[in-house]
Structure formats: C-alpha cells, structure tokens
Design a protein around this ligand. Sequence first.
Ligand SMILES: [Ca+2]
Length: 464
Amino acid sequence: MQNISKKIAFSTLMALPMVLFSDPFTTHIDIHQFLNHKERVVTEVQNSTRYFYRNFFHRTPRSYSRFKSGIITPKRLTKYIDNWSKYKPRGVEGRLVIIQAGATSDGRFLKSNGRDVVTYQIPAGGSCDPSYVRHDGFSNVPGAMITGEKMDGMINMFHLDPKKDFVLFAVGEGSTSMREVVRSAWSLVYWGWNKDRLAILNGSVDYDFSEHSGLDKYLVDTPDTPPAVPSNFTMKSLNKDRTDRHIYIDKMMKIASSRRQRGYFIADARGTDEYNGLIKSKTADITCGPNHDEQCYSPFQGHIRGAVDFPYTDLLVLNDQESDVNGDGKVDKNDASFRFKSPKMLKRLYRKKGYRRGDKVITYCRTGRKATLISYTSEMILNYDVAMYDGSWIQWGEMANRTDVNGSTILPQGSRWITDSSKYSVNLGYTDPIYTQSKQPYAINESSQSSKEIQREDRRYLSK
Ligand SMILES: [Ca+2]
C-alpha cells in the first residue's frame, strides 16, 4: 500500500511541471500576459489540470473487449443478455434497455427476457429531425440539440430510469442510421446521463449477429412494446450540467479567428470535397428559388479556419466484409461491419490529423449528425476534452453579406456576424445565384450580442 502511495505521489510530482508548463496551454505565459489575461490563464491551467486528472485516473483500454460501457462488443452484449445481473458493470442497479434503430436486413431484433433486459425499436432515422430548430439568440440552429423537456419525453417513453438503467444503442443494418444513433447517445451524454451506463454496440446488429457469426440465436422477430403510459423521470435528477459540450457561433468565431488557435483541434466531419469547397453544401429543404421549390444551398462553401479535414467515416472500418449480411446476393462494402476502429488506431488517426495531447476537440459538420461520431469517440472512447459547434455549416455557411434570389440581404455589410471572410473561413466558394433560405427562416437577430441562448435555456431547465 505504502509503495503504491509513494508511486502515486512520485508520479504526481513528476507530472506537476507538465501540468504547469507543458503545451498546449501554458508554454508562452509571461507575467504580462498573466496580469492582462488572468481569467484566461486560470481557465487554461484548469484545462491542463483537468486533462491531467482525466488521464491520470483513466487509461483507454487497447481493445473494445475490455469496454463495459461507451462502446461494447457483440460478445460483451451476449453476456449481458444471458445474465445481466451477473455481468452488468459494477454500480449499475437498473435494467439493460436496448434501443435498436431499425430491424436487421431480415427484419430481426436483439432478444430480451421481459425482466431485466428489454429491447425497443426506434425508427432507423432515430431521433434525428433536421426540421427541428432552436434559436441561439442570434439565429436559428436547424437540427439543434433537443430541449430538456424533449429529452425527458424520450426517456419517459421507454421508462428509462436516469439514475439506474443502462442504455445500449444498436444499429439494425448498415451504417445509415449510425449517425442518428450516435446523435441520440450524444444527447443523453449532453443531458447528463451517467457515462458508465451508456453504450453503443460496435457494428450493426446485422453484421455482429449474422448467421456467419454464429450469434444469430440472439435475434428474435419482434421487439418489446414500449409501455403504454409514459413514466415521470427527469434528467434534472442527475444534477449534471454538460451543456459546455456544445458551443455556439459566437464562440466558434472567436476560436476560428484567434491567431494561432493553440490548444484547439477543430475537426470538420463532413467529407473532403465539402471541406475543400468543391461541392455545394445542401440544406435539407427544397424551399428555395423564386417558386420555393428548388434545392437550398448554403450561400458559400469551404471550411472553418483552422479546421482539419476529418470525414467521420475515417473513424470506421469499412472493408471487413466477410459474408452477405444484408442478403442482396453479393458480398461488397455494404456488408462491412461499420465498427469503430480500435482505440489505438483512433489515437493514431487523431495524431495524424494534428491532434496534440491536451487539445480541446471542436467538432462540426453540416447539420451536427456526422460530427457527433467524433464527439462521441473523443468523449467516450479516448477521453479527450470535446465540444461541438452544433450550428455547423448549415448555420455558418449562411452568414454572408449576400442577397438571395428573393432579393433579401442575409447580413448587412459590416455586420460582426459575417463569416465569409478569411478571418473566419478558408477555401471560400460561392453559390450563384444564392439559393438560400435567407433571413426569414433563420430569424437573424443581427444586433444580438451573443449566441448563448440555447445553453442558457438548457442550464435554466437543469436548475429548475
Ligand atoms: Ca450484400
């Protein structure tokens, strides 16, 4: 025991100079900066300290077979299903609630036992609704994080006890609903769900439980029916505020325009062509043009200054097909596992993209779905500090001093919210004519001083 304490004390001592003086935050702090930017420095020291503690007590396992939450293997899941009370992670009191997005290609679901393991189905599209909009105080954010009320509605639909139950999300088939499933899991993280009681099945049910795998005995034809009457739980009872996992356009502009962006690793999850501004970023709606029946595009393309090209598919294994899991008569990339790469490979991938130890990961994509895979990986697998710019390109790419085909000016010249300048964006390309939703649907409040209203509202909800 004494030896261990000595070892810990020694390691702490050795690590202390690192916390105080090492990158990414504190290398170039001199006394003037310290006096001028005391608050910033304090935050940065706090960040470094938090990073140190996160990583001192947490070591990412090399293989997913050791994960009991966050992301789990089919083998772990079969143990959970076979004998939940025996194999459940320590400290979990409640049930295993499996939420499967869509059936497998032959219409099947993970089996339950009607007692402490239940399986509910959600539509393959998950909880994702791009027409869901919230206002951040400056403009609308299409497809924003759901409100606390909606979150509570979701947990109560399935009687999820936020203080007891373990929730496992599983994708029925292929990769298409992966984004929505991870977004759902991320919403639980954001609203404070205990991370030790949350997981995603690594790979689709189709792949993991195919006949080929020998695990198809864990599949049944019908999922459980959700209770008829909703329960009355609330995420407020967890007393956990993780609203800092999302940032908004004002903060993103500050980070984008800061000179060296030291301490940030900004990941653009959309795809290389969108990153390079080579293809037009579409919005979900077909309400543009003079007759309001044309595809909407963002007025300009490119990426946020300092962001790296980090397509979310880079996180996944897309070439390990072994058998015809989707039953279309051929074995091709659509039969791949879509599993997450191993933690070791992910770490290497982040490093290759430019992540440096202690960086805060900032993620975005077009609507905030693809980017959640990077957010989730950072938070739940690698234990990196992460925040998501939820507005993403659907908001960012709109904020120009341009006139759309309907004759409306989006932002007036000189507005502090204009993002199509080299100060904020790179690889600028323009859509012409501008098929955009323009000012009205975005409800731009140009004179707004900040864009923190969603965060404020969510904090108010949690403290009520
Ligand atoms: Ca196939």
